[in-house]
Design a protein around this ligand. Structure first.
Ligand code: ATP
Ligand code: MG
Length: 191
């Protein structure tokens, strides 16, 4: 199985590139943000609690996210070619938990980390906020998400680098340019 952790700040292109990977490599796509937004859309009490956290730009507690991942991995079809983890792990604790979960199934994962400059990211997210209506795509919340990313999520890049499972990708220009870098790496990893 080819398991990919798509890293990178909010707006670095994880969702866009996931779609391209799915088309080209037939992997399953798990976007934790999409799963959480679906729960919000269902109108459940849990969804309301999640909405209170996300709309302020904060992270959902680790224990809850790790449980979500455990449920997801347990239901993967036997013929699964691999998974794109988009939005997980977001903390070092989540990274440790993912390693343990994958170990238990004799699997591992490589991190492909999308890097884009902050001014590029802010412009992308503000544009998405205008057209897509995501409650967390406003300037104040974007800044908070970026701060939390830098403080809490960025250290997981080191975690995978030290395990020799890390690739850094320039995602400043456009999806095609980002994809051409990723495709070279994925071809090698898929061998
Ligand atoms: P983008 O979709 O542009 O990459 P993003 O990374 O901020 O932006 P999502 O991945 O969709 O957005 O996540 C949206 C929100 O969902 C996060 O800000 C956070 O509140 C919550 N969330 C998603 N994944 C996790 C996680 N692994 N741990 C904690 N909270 C999470
Ligand atoms: Mg996303």
């Amino acid at each position: 199985m080819l398991n990919i952790i798509l890293g990178g700040a909010p707006g670095s292109g994880k969702g866009t590139l996931s779609d391209i990977i799915v088309k080209n490599y037939g992997l399953q796509h798990l976007s934790t943000g999409d799963v959480l937004r679906a729960e919000i859309a269902s109108g459940s009490k849990l969804g309301q609690e999640i909405n209170d956290i996300i709309s302020l730009g904060n992270l959902i507690p680790d224990a809850q996210m790790i449980q979500l991942l455990q449920n997801y991995i347990a239901t993967l079809p036997a013929d699964c070619k691999g998974v794109i983890f988009d939005g997980f792990p977001r903390t070092v604790e989540q990274a440790h938990a993912l390693t343990q979960m994958l170990d238990e199934h004799n699997m591992d994962a490589y991190m492909l980390d999308l890097y884009a400059e902050e001014d590029v990211i802010i412009e992308r997210l503000l544009n998405r906020g205008k057209i897509g209506g995501r409650a967390d795509d406003n300037l104040e919340t974007i800044k908070k998400r970026l701060r939390i990313y830098n403080e809490t999520t960025r250290p997981i890049s080191d975690y995978y680098l030290r395990r020799h499972k890390y690739f850094l990708i320039n995602s400043n220009i456009n999806p095609e340019c980002t994809w051409s870098q990723m495709d070279v790496i994925l071809k090698q990893l898929a061998q």
